[in-house]
Write a protein that binds this ligand. Structure first.
Ligand SMILES: CC(=O)N[C@H]1[C@@H](OP(=O)(O)OP(=O)(O)OC[C@H]2O[C@@H](n3ccc(=O)[nH]c3=O)[C@H](O)[C@@H]2O)O[C@H](CO)[C@@H](O)[C@@H]1O
Length: 363
C-alpha cells in the first residue's frame, strides 16, 4: 500500500458491524494507511475502541425505525448527519470510504457519493440489509461474507481482528478429533438468547445421560446468566452441575473457543465467522425475528457447506438439539464437519478487502 492511502471507515450499532470495521482499520494501519473511524454516539463506550491506533469520531446518523415521530423527523436528522459527514470528508480527504452497513453507515455513504469519493460496502449477512440494497449501485465494490459474487460484489468473508486470527491459526492448521468428553460452547450472541438458554436447561433435565457425556460452556447473556445459573444450581444433580460453566458476556470470548469441540449458537455472522476459524462444527439456532430472517439464511450457507446442523424452531423443545449432538458425537460425522468448517474459514478477509480497495481507489 502506498503511504498516501486514507481510509474513512464507517461502522456503528452492534458488535456485528463494528468488529469487522475494526478489523479492517487495524489491517489498514498495519499497512501504514491513515484511518479515521466514524461511528455513532451510542457506541462511544464500545470496549473495542480502547487503545486503537487511529482516531474514532462520532456523528449523529439517525435510526430507521417504524415510529411515526422518527419517520417525520428523519429527513431533518438525515440532513444534519449528512452535513456532519460531509465536513469529516472535507477535512480528512479520504482516498476511499468503507461502510459496514446498518443505518449508521447511510449518511456518511451518501456524503461519500456526493463528494465523489470511492465507496465500498461490506455486507455481513446472507440476505443483504436495507442499507446495502440501497447503496450497492453507487459502490465501487460490495464485499460479501456469504453468498454469490456478481459484477459488483466479491465474496471475501467477514474481516476478523488480528489477535483472533493469531489465536485461531493453530486450530485451523491441525485436524480436530473428537475427545472422550467433548465440550459444547453455547453462544447466545452479544445480547444472549433466552430461547437458547431454555433449550439447554430442558436438554440437561430431559436428556441427563447425553448431558453427562459432554462438558458445557454457556454464554447466556449479561442479563440472563444469573437466572440460568440459579436454575442449574436448583434443578440439576451435582455431577452434571460440575460439567456446566455459565457466564454472561466475556470480552475475551476466544479463550472459550479454544476449549470447545462443538459450537451451539445463534446464526449471527460474527458467531459463524469465528466458530469456523476454530474449525468448530456448529449446531445453529437462528434468531427467528432477525431482519428478513437473515440468521436463517446465514445458517443455511453453513449447513449447505456441511459445517453445521440447523435447528429452525421458535420454541424450546430440546429433541432436535439432542439428535444433533448425538450425530456430531459420531467420530466420522465429527471429522467430516470439522473439515468443512475449516474450508468455510476466511482468515484473510481483511487483507483481501484492503487489496481491492487500494487497487480500485488508486491512491
Ligand atoms: C439479533 C441480530 O439481528 N443479530 C445480528 C447482529 O449480531 P451481533 O451484533 O450480536 O453480532 P454477531 O452475532 O455477528 O457476533 C457476536 C459478536 O459478539 C462477540 N461476543 C459474544 C459473546 C461474548 O461473550 N463476547 C463477545 O465478544 C462475538 O465474538 C461476536 O464477534 O449483527 C450481525 C452482523 O450484521 C448479524 O449477523 C446478527 O444476526
Amino acid at each position: 500500500m502506498k503511504e498516501t492511502a486514507r481510509l474513512l471507515i464507517v461502522a456503528g450499532g452492534t458488535g456485528g458491524h463494528i468488529s469487522p470495521g475494526l478489523a479492517l482499520a487495524e489491517e489498514a494501519v498495519a499497512r501504514k494507511a491513515e484511518v479515521l473511524f466514524l461511528s455513532i454516539p451510542r457506541n462511544r463506550g464500545y470496549a473495542g475502541f480502547a487503545g486503537m491506533p487511529f482516531t474514532v469520531e462520532f456523528y449523529d446518523a439517525p435510526a430507521l425505525k417504524k415510529d411515526i415521530r422518527m419517520v417525520l423527523r428523519f429527513p431533518f436528522d438525515f440532513f444534519r448527519a449528512l452535513k456532519q459527514a460531509s465536513a469529516v470528508i472535507r477535512h480528512f480527504q479520504p482516498t476511499a470510504v468503507i461502510a459496514l452497513g446498518g443505518y449508521p453507515s447511510l449518511p456518511a455513504a451518501a456524503a461519500a457519493i456526493l463528494a465523489k469519493k470511492p465507496l465500498f460496502l461490506c455486507e455481513q449477512n446472507a440476505v443483504a440489509g436495507k442499507v446495502t440494497r440501497m447503496l450497492k449501485r453507487f459502490a465501487a465494490m460490495t464485499f460479501l461474507t456469504f453468498g454469490e459474487e456478481d459484477a459488483s460484489s466479491m465474496l471475501t468473508g467477514n474481516p476478523v481482528r488480528i489477535k483472533l486470527r493469531k489465536r485461531a491459526a493453530p486450530y485451523l492448521k491441525k485436524k480436530r478429533t473428537l475427545r472422550a468428553h467433548p465440550t459444547v460452547l453455547a453462544l447466545g450472541g452479544s445480547q444472549g438468547a433466552a430461547q437458547l438458554n431454555e433449550m439447554l436447561m430442558r436438554l440437561w433435565v430431559e436428556y441427563p445421560e447425553l448431558a453427562m457425556r459432554l462438558n458445557w460452556i454457556v454464554q447466556a447473556g449479561a442479563s440472563l446468566a444469573d437466572e440460568l445459573q440459579k436454575r442449574v444450581d436448583f434443578l440439576l444433580q451435582a455431577p452434571l452441575r460440575k460439567r456446566i460453566a455459565v457466564f454472561g458476556f466475556d470480552a475475551d470470548i476466544f479463550r472459550h473457543f479454544e476449549k470447545a469441540d462443538i459450537c451451539f449458537s445463534r446464526a449471527g455472522a460474527g458467531n459463524i465467522t469465528e466458530a469456523v476459524l476454530f474449525r468448530l462444527p456448529m449446531i445453529l439456532l437462528p434468531y427467528p425475528f432477525a431482519a428478513d430472517n437473515h440468521q436463517r439464511a446465514n445458517a443455511e450457507v453453513a449447513v449447505r457447506s456441511g459445517a453445521a446442523l440447523l435447528i429452525d424452531r421458535k420454541d424450546t423443545d430440546p429433541r432436535e438439539l439432542a439428535e444433533a449432538l448425538e450425530k456430531l458425537m459420531q467420530k466420522s460425522e465429527y471429522k467430516k464437519m470439522t473439515e468443512r468448517a475449516g474450508q468455510l474459514a476466511q482468515p484473510e478477509a481483511a487483507g483481501r478487502i484492503l487489496d481491492e480497495v487500494i487497487l480500485r481507489s488508486n491512491p
